[in-house]
Structures are given as C-alpha cells and as structure tokens.
Design a protein around this ligand. Structure first.
Ligand code: ADP
Ligand code: MG
Length: 423
C-alpha cells in the first residue's frame, strides 16, 4: 500500500509547480518573450523532475518508479531544444548518481522517447489544445510501455516470474494511468491559462478600439469647425483692399485655429497608437489635462462641460498610456451618463500617502444591483456599449496597486474615486 502513497506524493510534486505557475505568473506571462517563457517552464520542469526522482517508489531493488515522465514530456515539448537538452542532461546525471541496475536500462530506453519528443518541438506550439494533450500523453505512453515491458522481462529473467501473472502488474497499470492523468491535467491547465490570457489581452485591445471609434467621430466633427473658420479667413484675405490691421488679425486667428486642429489630431494619435507597458513616474495632472483635451470634442458634442481642479505635484508609478486609458474610460462613461448635458467634475489631490482622483457626474446613476455588476466583462446598459471599459480600468488600477471606489445613486449621479499610491 505504501507504494501508492508514494505515488500520490509524486502526483503532488509534479502538479504543484504548475499550480504555482498559474497563480503567480499566469497574468504576467503573456508579456514575456517566448524564450523567457520556455526558460521558466524548463526550470520548473527540471526542479520537479529532480524532486520526483528523489522520492521514488522502490519496488524492485535497483529500479525506481515515479512520475518523472510528466515533467520530462512537459519540459521538452514546452521548453524547446535548449530547455529540453538541459533537462535530459540533468536527468541522466542525476539518475547515474543515484545508481542501481535501472540506470543502465533507462539510458537505453529513454532515448526512444526523447527522440520523437525532440522531433515534435517545432510543431508542438501550433497544435490545438486537444492535439497537444494527445501528443504529450502518447509520448508518455510509448515510454511507459517500453519501461513496463523491460521490467517484466527482467523479472522473468532473474526471478522466473511469468510476465502476465506478475504481482506488480496492478502497480504498473496504476502508474501508467496516473502518469497519463497528470499529463492530461498539466497540459490542459497550461493551455487553458494561455488561452484565457490571450483572450483577456484581446479584450483589452477591443475596449480601446471601441473607444477610439467613437472618439474619431467626434474628432472629425470638431475638426470641421476650425477648417471652416480658416477657409472663411482665406476667402476674406483673397479680396482686394483688406485693411492691413484686419489682415493681421485674420492671419493670427487662422493660425490659432490650425494649431488647435493640429493639437486635436496629435492628442488623438497619441491615444490611438499601440502601446507597450512601461512603468514610470507619471504626473497625474498632466495626464488629466491630456485626456480632457482629447475627450473635449466628444463632451462638447453632448453638451457636457468638464471641470478640472487639480493640485500640483501629484505623481504615481504607472504606465502613462494606461492611466490615460482609465481616465478616458471613466470620463467617457460620465459624459454618456448625462444625455441632456451637464458637468463632469474631475478633482485630483493628495491625502496622506494616497493620490485621489475623483470623477463625478450628475447623470443617470446606478441601482445597487447595477453597482455590484460593475467591472464584470460585458456588463453594459448601453445600446452600443461593450461593457469592457470598466473591466479594463479595474485591471489596470489593480496592477499599479490602486483601488477604485464607486458611489452612485439612481437618477442623481455617480462618483468614481481612484486611490493610487503617491510617490
Ligand atoms: P460601456 O460603457 O461600454 O457600457 P463600461 O464597462 O464602461 O462599458 O460600463 C459598464 C456599465 O456601467 C455601463 O453600461 C453603465 O451601465 C454603467 N456605468 C459606468 N459608468 C457609469 C456612470 N458614470 N453613470 C452611470 N452608469 C455607469
Ligand atoms: Mg464605457
């Protein structure tokens, strides 16, 4: 019975690193380079491999049984050539250090599995999840069959035990089943985490592009005004005998209008361009001014004023573009909450070691039930809403160790409060 207990302990050792990986790095790992990803998986696999080999099940003198195939297959298929090679080297070195007759058999049988595994490395990342599970289990099964046949034949040779009535048969079957099950769980978990992270990343981008689409419409509208004004001035200047003083004023006003259009476009582009996360000390007031600048055409179009009160020298560690995205989403929601126009108030100040940014509107507000759903993906009460904006806001603020509080009353208005660590 104790061999089954040892086997269960093995299960814990091979699955623990994967759970650890999931809970610690799953979120960050989508931003890792491929080689870093591979290196981390290899490292985990090698550690887990050495650990399972340290606590094996000893049934026949000289032979060790354990779940080594799980970290081996994962380490090679996910770790790539380099990670796989290090893993194989570590395995052989450690196995020979432990010693016993098994070491010799193993050095003959394992290459039979390593070879196809290495050949599959370039194709593996492209397989669908189900194929990946099957490939991993197939490789393990191949090696298990070889190992069991060798063990049965050995015992037949040395102890005259007929292979088919070998008393260890139930154990071998159990070992095979548990190895395959563990591999199934491991590949399944690794793949579903990856898929979930990729989906979340795409949602992030969708939420932004949806916002951009709506802003573009209002921006185009806003640009038309200065262009019409400039056209008017040019027409006036075309006439003969314009008073030089008037001429001067027309030119000055025309240039101002063009500058304004240029700044609308510049702001908009800086919001729309693709961004990569870079943490730095961000001047919060400067961000607020930047974002209110971009969104003001949208606000004007809906008859909403944006009132900003901002203390000086407020800075926090964040990605400036992501912080803009949060402010933009909250302001946009505030503006959209007031179909008949009104004022959105933005206040930023410092209280002890926290930066507080309040964004308040006097719009439609929310019921307690709606409040609890806030930030859930796809929760929206708008006809053309996506319900992704706030989800992304929560995620970004959470990633810089901040918090979002919401107070809202149906029919009265809503206040979003961002609490960020001050620098
Ligand atoms: P979307 O704006 O696309 O609907 P969000 O995630 O930005 O998605 O917002 C989700 C929902 O939260 C909105 O549909 C709305 O019902 C509610 N909400 C968000 N901000 C406000 C606000 N300032 N006032 C009232 N309701 C709001
Ligand atoms: Mg929104």
């Amino acid at each position: 019975m104790s061999e089954f207990k040892d086997l269960l302990f093995n299960v814990l050792i091979v699955l623990l690193p994967i759970f650890l990986f999931q809970s610690l790095w799953a979120e960050k790992s989508t931003q890792w380079s491929r080689s870093r990803h591979r290196a981390v998986i290899s490292l985990f696999s090698i550690l887990s491999l050495l650990l399972v080999m340290t606590v094996p099940v000893r049934l026949v003198p000289g032979f060790l049984f354990d779940l080594r195939l799980v970290p081996m297959v994962i380490g090679i298929l996910y770790g790539g050539y380099r990670g796989g090679a290090v893993l194989v080297a570590a395995f052989f070195l450690y196995r020979f250090a432990i010693g016993g007759v098994g070491a010799l058999y193993m050095s003959l049988t394992f290459p039979l599995m390593f070879l196809p595994a290495f050949l599959l490395i370039p194709y593996f990342p492209r397989y669908a999840r189900r194929t990946k599970v099957l490939v991993a289990m197939g490789l393990a099964l191949l090696e298990l069959v070889i190992l069991v046949v060798v063990a049965l034949w050995q015992m037949h040779d040395q102890m005259q035990i007929p292979p088919l009535s070998n008393p260890l048969m139930p154990f071998f079957l159990c070992l095979t089943a548990i190895t395959l099950l563990c591999l199934f769980i491991a590949v399944y978990l690794l793949e579903s985490t990856r898929e979930k992270e990729v989906m979340r990343y795409q949602m992030h981008r969708n939420a932004k592009w949806q916002g951009i689409g709506e802003l573009t419409a209002s921006m185009a509208h806003e640009l038309r005004n200065p262009l019409t004004v400039v056209r008017g001035f040019l027409q006036l200047l075309q006439r003969d005998g314009v008073d030089p003083q008037k001429r001067e004023t027309f030119l000055k006003m025309g240039i101002e209008e063009l500058d304004r259009s240029e700044s609308i476009i510049r702001n908009y582009l800086s919001y729309a361009k693709p961004q990569f996360e870079r943490m730095e000390a961000v001047d919060v007031c400067e961000r607020i001014t930047h974002v209110t600048g971009i969104i003001s055409p949208f606000a004007t179009l809906r008859g909403v004023m944006i009132d900003t009160v901002c203390e000086h020298n407020l800075s926090t560690m964040a990605d400036p573009e992501q912080l803009s995205q949060v402010l933009m989403n909250l302001l946009k929601n505030g503006i959209e909450a007031m179909p008949d126009g009104g004022t959105v108030t933005v206040r930023a100040y410092k209280r002890s070691r926290q930066l507080i940014i309040e964004i308040a509107d006097c719009g439609v507000g929310m019921t307690p039930d709606e409040l609890t759903k806030l930030g859930n993906p796809f929760f929206t009460t708008k006809e053309s809403g996506t319900g992704l904006g706030l989800m992304v806001c929560y995620q970004i603020i959470h990633s810089i160790n901040g918090r979002i509080d919401v107070q809202s009353e149906k029919g009265k208005g809503t206040q979003f409060t961002l609490l960020l660590p001050a620098l």
